[in-house]
Each structure stands twice: as C-alpha cells, then as structure tokens.
Ligand binder design. Sequence first.
Ligand SMILES: [Zn+2]
Ligand SMILES: [Zn+2]
Length: 268
Amino acid sequence: MPADLHIHTTYSDGSDSPQKVVERAVAQGLDAIAITDHDTVSGVPAALEAARDLPLVVVPGVEINTDYMGREIHILGYFINIKDPTLIHRLGLLATARDERVSRIVGRLGSLGVHIELDTIRFKKAGTLGRPHVAEALRSAGVVSTIQEAFDRFIGRGRPAYVPRSWYTPGEAVTMVLEAGGIPVMAHPGPADADRMIPKLAESGLKGIEVFHPEHSQPDIDHYLQLCQRYGLIATGGSDYHGHRYRSQLGQSTVSKTVVDQLRRLSL
Ligand SMILES: [Zn+2]
Ligand SMILES: [Zn+2]
C-alpha cells in the first residue's frame, strides 16, 4: 500500500496539474499522495477535489525552502491547515520574495545580453516562481539546450546571473508548520547536506526525516533510518515528482500507508 509523500504540481515547478497528478497516482495504484509545492498550498484544494470519489488519500502539504548559512534546506509540512491565516500570510511573503528574486535574475540576464520576458515565465503560473521557470524560458528561447545548462552557465550559484535568496531559516519553517497544525519533516537531507541540523531541529519540533528519496543511495537510507531511530523521528519518503521537468517518476520512492496514519495521528 504505497504512499508517495513528495509531489510538485503546476502551482510550483511541477509540470502536471493537481488533477493530472491525482489521475496518474490512481492509475499507478498509489494509496496516498502528498501535494508538496514549494512555498504554497494553493494546489491542495484542486487535488482534494479531484480525489474526492477515488480510492486515494491526498495529504495537504507544503515544501518550504529555507536558507541555512547559504545552503538550501527544504522543510516538508504534512497535514497542514491550508486555511490558517498566519500560514497564508507567511507563504505570501515568500511568494513576493520569489517574484522579486526572479525579476532580479531576469535583469542580470538582460545585462549579460540575454533577454527573456518575465511575462512569458509568468503567464501560465498560478503558483510560486523559481529558477526552474527561468531555466525553462532560456530553453524555449533557444539560449540553452537543457535546464541543467541554464543553471551551469547562468543561474546556478556562483554563475553570472545568480541572485542569492533571503528566506526563512529551517527552524523558522519548522515553527511555521507546527503553528499551522502540521507535521514538519526534513526533506532529502542527503543532497541538502543537512545532517548537522537534525538534532537541533528535532529539539525544535521536527517530527520526521524524508529517508526514501530518489537521490538517496542505500547507504544514505540506512544512515537516515538510524538517525530516525536515534532522535525518535518518523521515516517518510516520496519521489519529489515534478512531471517532465526532472528525472524522478511518480511513485519512484514511496513509504507504507501506515506512515500517513502516523503523521495524521500526530497532527490531531
Ligand atoms: Zn526539495
Ligand atoms: Zn521537492
């Protein structure tokens, strides 16, 4: 009874709508999914609605991008109250910061002689903007041939059109999720190189680690299972599915549906 607890939709940088994700999840025989768009919960209602009469549990979620001394750490929030006014306000601030950052990146590209229209990035976006959207605009404009090339040549850290972020800290994101009635979980600590943060975040209310993720090797998985045991955390997992934008497939990394029940119980 598999559950894929890390999925992006068109409300952030995924390429499938929430309805499409639900359709695919049912076709694949998943029992539960979590919609975890970057810094927004706007895709959750459409997924809940689409799954209403289907044998699929949709967990309301979010993936909050945070910054720890220049490193990007992602905090997942499960069973979060998507109508919580404080949460909506705080996510709104993040969305504004993202918009401003993307505008500045587009400005820097312009000063390098690479002109893309912000509106072509924004026109079909209902949710949060990020560098993947700029990369896609560069690819459609024929400036680069792959998303990776856009990051390597222009918008990756240390590249000429890179603009640093100013986001919440991981601890603030954990608090944000808790205050909205949700369960905070550290996303993909392997690629984020975030091990050092786990003990302190566990003290601040972190409840789980995303152990199963396409970018975790078997030794990574064993290592994070041990950390879960040491700090009394739940081992979660998900594919980090982005539709056609990244390699991972829906359902590529899953956990048993009992994990969903554990998370739900904690949120009550
Ligand atoms: Zn992430
Ligand atoms: Zn993600």
